[in-house]
Ligand binder design. Structure first.
Ligand code: ADP
Length: 572
């Protein structure tokens, strides 16, 4: 049971002002119960106690237990943390995949008042050292796959008091770093524990951006922002999650809290299916079928692997009904393939670490019901419409708001109770007039649907006009022989920049430069057609699955466009 308040909330308000008093406004007289993360798991354990959480464990086998079991173990973890002297507000790091143990850490840490700091193990070692030291993590809990990584990091992170391996004694890896066994640590505690009640504005979790420019920056979420986000995410025009769903977050729990699913699933009482470390098409498909997953969420690159696996093996889903795709633009060709070939409804979504992460999701309004399917799809291909909790606007270089006409594009700014106000450890706020500048460039149409044109640092400026690299990529991705495409700017003496398309062909295909350029005819404005195409074996990705444009620009910095060599030849 949730205990009565053990300490007063930070913001004292009175519900007892006499009617008509001029001294203070009349306050509502409802219970003051802080919105705490522990209450999500407690709710699921109490009202959906036998609903399952199924995990493909790092040890290889399938593990299943219930929300009721999960709460007991999360409480044991909270007790273990308290016993080692962890205080409210202390940061506890994780280097872990999507598993039931990671879920216990989410709730055990935040639930006792500490801060769950999820660390992205795909970052470079120097970035990880910077992040762990900047966050001043007291303990770090890690999956055994990261044993070598921990050995590499530990000496450079002196303030970490203990490294805890998320496994049992039988599977403890041999390491140089002294480690604690998670299962033994937990077993020493009873699990008889009441979640403490405290101010909902307290910090609950911490997530660093990947820091493609400069050092990574920390977004420090609060209990209130996380619970509100979990409510928002569950809405019918957001992820539409319910107690009838079996939800599998493919997006990692170290990537913006798996887009909030570890909080939303217990909020609605849905079954959770956690895929562990194997995110290849075959492993995901097997788990989705055996656990009858109905809903999932992930970035386009992971879905590419799953769709290829299904096509190559002539398979269909038996339970998978809808998926959220975001993190980078979902190519329309992928959306269509999911819908037409596999009967899976795609919800294209946009967000970022600084937004907890959900900002917009593409769903139709009532007035769109009568539109022909093609027109409906055109709307659903955009990054979507806000849910309550997020407001947005686009501004021009003069800082003035631009019209919502679906054509004007400018810097996208957002605000809301789950949007970051300042970064962890930084005094200066990034806000502009109370709005958070996202660094994305976008259009908004008259119905409020937002479409991202580019990251502002990735737009291609040709002759003073902007070309959307995302749109150029989407056209290429619609070609049947293109596996992946990235469009970057290339220096041009006359136009400043012109688009260069970098393409990975599908295995066994041989689409060439001329036929792919021809494919653009009639699909985009003539001056948007790339000046050149480079075929490569692979395109580099960031730690969160985005195309690494910075690296691509570096790789192709000496690339001479045919139009430029022609100009040079003519001038000599
Ligand atoms: P996440 O990858 O979870 O969205 P990050 O903070 O790592 O969070 O990255 C945020 C950035 O990713 C956004 O500012 C935007 O540039 C890009 N992004 C996210 N979703 C989309 C999308 N649907 N379409 C285009 N870009 C996207």
């Amino acid at each position: 049971m949730v205990t009565p308040q053990q300490e007063p909330p930070g913001r004292q308000v009175s519900g007892h002002e006499p009617r008509g008093s001029s001294a203070a406004p009349l306050m509502g007289q409802m219970m003051q119960m802080p919105l705490l993360i522990s209450s999500l798991l407690h709710h699921a354990a109490r009202h959906f106690g036998d609903t399952e959480i199924v995990t493909r464990r790092i040890e290889g086998d399938l593990h299943r237990y219930t929300y009721a079991d999960c709460e007991v173990r999360a409480k044991q973890l909270a007790q273990a943390l308290l016993a080692t002297g962890v205080k409210r507000g202390d940061r506890i790091g994780t280097l872990a995949w999507n598993t039931y143990r990671h879920l216990e850490v989410y709730y055990g840490t935040s639930g006792m008042g500490a801060v769950c700091h999820t660390i992205n193990p795909r970052l470079f070692a120097e970035q990880l050292v910077f992040i762990i030291n900047h966050a001043e993590d007291r303990f770090v809990l890690f999956d055994i796959t990261f044993a070598a990584l921990v050995d590499q990091l530990a000496a450079q992170c002196p303030q970490v008091r203990g490294w805890i391996a998320l496994t049992d004694r039988a599977h403890l890896p041999a390491m140089q770093t002294p480690i604690i066994c998670y299962e033994e640590w937990l077993a020493a505690q009873s699990g008889e524990f009441d979640w403490p009640q405290f101010d909902e504005l307290s910090a609950s979790s911490l997530c660093y951006t990947s820091g493609t420019t400069g050092h990574p920056k920390g977004a420090l979420y609060s209990h209130r922002s996380t619970v509100l986000h979990a409510y928002g995410a569950a809405l019918p025009d957001a992820m539409a999650c319910s107690a009838r769903d079996a939800i599998m977050p493919v997006v990692p729990m170290f990537h913006v809290n798996a887009w909030g699913i570890p909080y939303t699933a217990p909020l609605v009482g849905a079954k959770l299916v956690l895929p562990g470390k194997d995110l290849d098409g075959a492993s995901l498909y097997a788990l989705m079928e055996s656990e009858q997953v109905s809903f999932s969420a992930g970035v386009p690159t992971v879905w590419l692997g799953l769709l290829n696996y299904l096509s190559q093996n002539n398979l269909q889903f038996s339970s998978f009904k809808r998926t959220v795709i975001g993190g980078s633009a979902c190519p329309p060709a992928m959306l269509r393939s999911f819908e037409d070939q596999f009967g899976v409804h795609v919800i294209h979504a946009w967000g970022m670490t600084e937004l907890s992460p959900l900002g917009t999701l593409a769903n139709l309004k009532a007035k769109h019901a009568a539109l022909p399917p093609e027109a409906q799809r055109h709307i659903l291909e955009k990054q979507g419409h806000v849910i309550f909790g997020v407001d947005l606007r686009i501004v021009g270089i003069d800082g003035l708001e631009l019209p919502w006409d679906g054509v004007s594009f400018g810097d996208l700014q957002v605000r809301g109770p789950w949007v970051v106000e300042r970064y962890f450890g930084q005094l200066e706020s990034p806000l502009i007039d109370g709005w958070f500048p996202t660094g994305d460039v976008a259009t908004i149409d008259a119905d409020g649907y937002m479409q991202i044109t580019d990251r502002s640092k990735d737009v291609i400026k040709s002759g003073g006009e902007w070309i959307s690299s995302i749109e150029i990529e989407n056209v290429a991705m619609a070609h049947p022989e293109v596996a992946e495409a990235a469009c970057i700017s290339c220096a041009h003496p006359k136009w400043d920049e012109r688009p260069l398309l970098v393409v990975v062909r599908k295995p066994g295909t041989e689409v060439d430069r001329e036929s792919l350029l021809q494919f653009y005819e009639g699909r985009v404005a003539k001056w948007w057609i790339p000046d050149d195409i480079a075929f490569v074996d692979a395109i580099p990705h960031t730690a969160t699955g985005k195309i690494q444009k910075l690296k691509l620009r570096e790789l192709f910095k000496n690339h001479v466009l045919p139009s430029v060599s022609q100009m040079q030849a003519e001038s000599t």
